[in-house]
Write a protein that binds this ligand. Structure first.
Ligand code: SF4
Length: 200
């Protein structure tokens, strides 16, 4: 193992890092390599309020929309894998006798996106390690439409999580600023926009 791999391999990461890496790889760079300070945005504050409101609604509902007869609900579950050096707080976990199903609340328009999928695949890995139960499927609860969308967390998605972990650690070890997201619309409301002078 070379020095770069050792340093990068030790870096403790979060599920949010994976989501942000998929959204724009510069965000984990600013977090781990620079790192820069940003004030909590309106979006972040609203996310907290939304979580509380969805939790209150969720406990009054049945499980049919998840395709389950019954399950135990565990809200705001902290998960950490010493093996993956990865942690995160899951909005909701549905647990049955035979399996577990992560649920992420998203206050977003436009349905489930790639960065949501990678986040849920990471939660699937964390849940399986902690509970020793299989995770066959995960869900996104889309707050604006109150819809539940199922998300695959199969071999392909899990491999993408492993690859992203490796890439983030490699980036941090090399201290190499990644290319900006090609989706420039994301830059408009980004809290790091002042640091990305090269794209304006
Ligand atoms: S301003 Fe754009 S390129 Fe820079 S971190 Fe934000 S999303 Fe990424």
């Amino acid at each position: 193992m070379n020095g770069e791999t050792e340093i990068g391999g030790e870096l403790e990461l979060t599920v949010s890092d994976l989501k942000q890496w998929a959204y724009c790889p510069r965000i984990p760079y600013y977090r781990y390599v620079i790192p820069v300070k940003v004030a909590p945005t309106y979006k972040m504050r609203r996310a907290k309020e939304t979580e509380a409101a969805v939790q209150a609604l969720e406990v009054r509902r049945g499980f049919r929309r998840y395709g389950l007869e019954r399950a135990e609900r565990r809200f705001e579950l902290y998960l950490r894998s010493p093996r993956l050096k990865l942690s995160g707080k899951l909005d909701l976990l549905l647990v049955t006798e035979k399996a577990a199903y992560p649920v992420d609340f998203k206050d977003t328009e436009g349905g489930v996106r790639y960065n949501h999928r990678i986040q849920l695949a990471a939660y699937a890995l964390l849940v399986e390690e902690k509970l020793q139960l299989p995770v066959p499927l995960a869900f996104v609860y889309l707050v604006p439409t109150k819809e539940v969308a199922s998300v695959a967390v199969a071999t392909k998605e899990r491999a993408e999580v492993m690859r992203a972990l490796q890439e983030i650690r490699r980036m941090a070890a090399r201290e190499a600023m990644p290319a900006p997201t090609p989706v420039r619309a994301r830059c408009v409301g980004c809290e790091f926009r002042n640091y990305c002078a090269d794209i304006w």
